[in-house]
Write a protein that binds this ligand. Structure first.
Ligand SMILES: [Zn+2]
Length: 484
């Protein structure tokens, strides 16, 4: 008999991405697709050109979708994408928080937060088609689903980003939206918290988001305020998305700052009420610290602050701001000023809030990792195994199948990634084989670059791309979602 499948994975503990409990089964793959799924023994013996028995103990899940990344540049510069594929991630959603690599270029240093993706030479794509072409040429190890950042659009089109955009400038942004969506972008992001985006009001964002909505896009937002005024920001966000007629994702939902701890008891019911009337989801990372630029308005002695990078003082990376201030015999505000430009890790959240957001039916897992930082937040290397191993298996926050759903079936639906996020016949063969008994993050705040354990094999578009023993063995990622 001639084999009818390229590969059959047998006797796997299948988490299919739907959130349903796992079952023992066989999965067949041919070229880039799953060609058959059946209970154990349901796929004829010998029908695979290659066959592998997973022994009934190893789990098989759809490849994880990182719902929130800043991987726009790293997929080109370090296309093996080891920090992500070693966690079982097969698709990254890029362009979050208003920050995207296209369509903008700079003659001087990019202003914060655009500098989180690199210097002026990182920004070489005046339109999205050029970025898509670079991805197709380089072929990263993971798929890319690309949001277009409002800050990038504003910097590309506006005379003064400190103002609200004029009608002509909004029209120019809408033209970029047309171009990007025609070449395979999936929607818009904003970062109204950031100075490059903050002057945009509801009207401006609605007009820009509305154009993305016409092309079937989605809208993800780092809201204006995640501190005292988080409830107002949720109102603003929902008003905007509803007026624009665009599905909404609230980015890295949190209640930041010691005085706001516990307030997810207010924010989540508000978001859930909105979700009953309009498509609304949130993404979340499984840590109580956040990370972004070192900002004067985030410097406080009420929570710990660790330096992730500093241009003038790289020797201070990985050290706490209070210790640096003490060594320099200045206060923390002066120390922060001397470290600029810099990035920091802020221990600004409450564990109970993080757990509450993770448990919400609306939440997806997104790392928000910053791949260019010298001493990054451990979420870059640890997010997905941490949710499965620490929070689901060890802490029993929810069943493992729920954890898997939040990183597969749910984000595929929210970001409209057709054929992804599920194990079913006809779906793309993005798959991860992991050991549910051992999977766990290893990256810590002190040692953030440690690879997670328990991820055995990762397939991207049908290609075996990563193994625990050999690391990255192939690169088969594509631009996905939208028109692709
Ligand atoms: Zn953000």
């Amino acid at each position: 008999m001639r084999p009818s499948h390229d590969l059959v994975l047998r006797n796997a503990r299948i988490y299919d991405g739907s959130g349903d409990a796992p079952y023992l089964g066989d999965v067949a793959i041919t070229a880039d697709r799953i060609t058959a799924v059946a209970p154990v023994g349901g796929i004829a013996p010998g029908s695979g050109e290659r066959e592998q028995d997973l022994g009934g103990a190893l789990a098989l899940a759809p490849g994880f979708i990182d719902a929130h990344t800043h991987d726009d540049r790293i997929v080109l510069d370090a296309p093996d994408m080891l920090p992500k594929i070693s966690q079982g991630v097969t698709t990254v959603v890029t362009g979050n928080c208003g920050i995207s690599l296209a369509p903008v270029t700079f003659s001087d240093s990019p202003p914060p937060p655009m500098n989180l993706l690199g210097d002026a030479n990182a920004y070489e794509f005046p339109n999205f088609a050029a970025y898509a072409a670079a991805l197709a040429r380089i072929v990263p190890a993971v798929n890319v689903a690309a949001l277009i950042g409002h800050s990038a659009l504003r910097l590309a089109t506006m005379a003064d980003i400190g103002e609200k955009a004029s009608p002509d400038e909004i029209a120019a942004m809408q033209a970029h939206a047309d171009e990007a969506m025609a070449h395979g972008a999936i929607g818009l992001s904003t970062g109204l918290f950031y100075p490059t985006n903050a002057a945009a009001d509801i009207d401006e964002v609605t007009r820009v988001a509305g154009r993305f909505a016409q092309h079937g896009g989605v809208y993800a937002t780092h809201m204006r305020d995640e501190f005292e005024h988080v409830l107002d920001s949720i109102d603003e966000t929902v008003t905007t998305a509803t007026a624009a007629g665009i599905p909404l994702v609230i980015s890295h939902h949190k209640c930041a700052g010691v005085h706001n701890w516990g307030r997810t008891l207010q924010t989540l019911p508000k978001i859930e009420a909105a979700a009953a009337r309009h498509p609304v989801n949130v993404d979340v990372y499984p840590y109580t610290a956040g990370s972004t630029n070192l900002r004067a308005d985030l410097v406080t002695d009420t929570y710990r602050i660790m330096i992730a990078w500093s241009r003038p003082h790289p020797e201070m990376e990985a050290r706490d701001l209070v210790d640096i201030a003490e060594e320099w015999e200045v206060d923390i505000h002066e120390a922060a000023r001397r470290l600029q430009p810099a990035g920091a890790i802020y221990f600004q959240m409450d564990e109970a809030d993080v757990r509450r957001v993770m448990r919400s039916k609306l939440s997806m897992i997104g790392s928000d990792g910053l791949p260019h930082d010298q001493h990054p937040h451990p979420r870059l290397w640890g997010t997905f195994p941490r949710v499965i191993g620490h929070y689901a298996r060890d802490e029993k926050l929810f069943p493992i199948e729920t954890a898997i759903h939040k990183m597969t079936g749910l984000p595929a639906k929210v970001f409209k990634l057709e054929g992804r996020g599920r194990i079913e016949a006809g779906a793309y063969a993005d798959l991860v084989v992991f050991d549910p008994a051992t999977i766990l993050d290893q990256a810590t705040y002190d040692q953030p670059l440690r690879r997670s354990i328990g991820i055995e094999q990762v397939y991207v578009n049908g290609r075996l791309s990563y193994t625990a023993q050999q690391g990255v063995v192939a690169r088969a990622g594509r631009l996905v979602g939208g028109r692709n």
